[in-house]
Design a protein around this ligand. Structure first.
Ligand code: SF4
Length: 331
């Protein structure tokens, strides 16, 4: 079934601190706090946009939804009720929030107002990295909140970042393992991008912090992608959304509008290399699913060129019988 998300950003409202990487205005592209009327207007617009037959969900993103002023939070949820009752919002409501603002009382309230999915901005499961990046919560709080969310029957989403200040790739892989143990329904992976006006920008400009390059980001995130997919967890986002103010304004980091495709290409590169291991240099046919040819070839033929540098002249062809990531190499 087609999914349609009606996104309403609640920027930087209710945050008890200022995370090292966060410039909410730049990330969400929004500065104004939405009103209940804005929520209703977003639903009305979506209704005219042809969502027939789709799974339609209203998503409050961009802030710490359960940490905002309680009356304001309820007013936003109230505004969605007519659209839930009419059946238009057949996917209910999705919110993203902080792990330290989840408890029985707020989960009971969210359930009452038709929230179905809760995403936690966990970012890391290493307390040292959380402190260094001024997150203001612990890994233990992520675990407790996740378990409570699942116990209440909500869909659980976890968000992590790679390349934060003080972290290395092993930390990212350990975070992924601890996420997998929590059995989330969805995961989002956001490689760190240094935005102006943030603590990371100061550290980066002073030389104290080296953010992962795009190449390094692709190496790390492609491993994470494989780990989560093998665990049967749906990765609903990899990389920041391609918004003009992020594209134009970021200082450094692993940003690319088609990051997921780059990572999938990297997975193919590793698989092809492994299939060629021990084989003599020469010409080879690589067979993959027809839908996967461009990923196997790599963006701008990156994989083909890298293989050629190792002495393997490869041609990629499609075969309907192959599944995603399945391949054979023949001479
Ligand atoms: S909790 Fe979220 S919105 Fe608040 S400062 Fe941190 S990253 Fe930004």
């Amino acid at each position: 079934m087609k999914h349609a998300n009606i996104a309403v950003f609640v920027p930087h409202n209710g945050c008890p601190n200022q995370c090292s990487f966060c410039n909410q205005r730049t990330i969400s592209g929004a500065t104004k706090q939405p009103s209940p009327e804005d929520v209703a207007a977003a639903c009305e617009t979506a209704m005219q946009g042809g969502c027939e037959g789709a799974y339609v969900q209203l998503a409050f993103f961009g802030g710490s939804f359960t940490a905002i002023d309680r009356d304001y939070m309820v007013s936003l949820l109230e505004a969605a009720q007519p659209y839930i009752k009419s059946g238009f919002l057949n996917g209910g409501i999705r919110v993203s929030t902080r792990p330290d603002f989840i408890d029985d009382e707020v989960l009971t309230l969210l359930k009452k107002y038709g929230v179905r999915a809760i995403e936690l901005g966990a970012q890391s499961m290493d307390d040292r990295v959380l402190v260094l990046n001024q997150r203001g919560h612990t890994a233990q709080q992520v675990e407790s909140a996740s378990r409570l969310i699942k116990a209440y029957g909500f869909e659980l989403g976890l968000q992590m970042m790679t390349g934060l200040y003080g972290c290395d790739e092993d930390e990212s892989f350990r975070t992924a393992e601890r996420f997998i143990a929590l059995e989330p329904d969805t995961v989002r992976i956001y490689p760190t991008v240094v935005l102006p006006g943030t603590m990371l920008a100061e550290l980066y400009l002073s030389g104290e912090y080296k953010v992962d390059t795009l190449e390094r980001t692709v190496e790390i995130c492609s491993v994470l992608l494989e780990k989560f997919e093998q665990a049967g967890i749906n990765i609903i986002r990899l990389g920041l959304h391609a918004q003009q103010d992020v594209c134009d304004g970021y200082l450094a980091g692993g940003y690319h509008p088609a990051l997921r495709e780059l990572c999938e290409g990297e997975i193919y590169y590793r698989k092809i290399k492994s299939a060629l291991e021990g084989k003599p240099q020469g010409r080879y046919d690589i067979t993959v699913s027809p839908q996967e040819i461009s990923k196997a070839v790599g963006q701008k033929k990156k994989n083909i060129n890298r293989l050629a540098q190792c002495g393997y002249i490869c041609k990629v062809r499609g075969d309907e019988r192959y599944k995603r990531y399945e391949l054979t190499v023949t001479q």
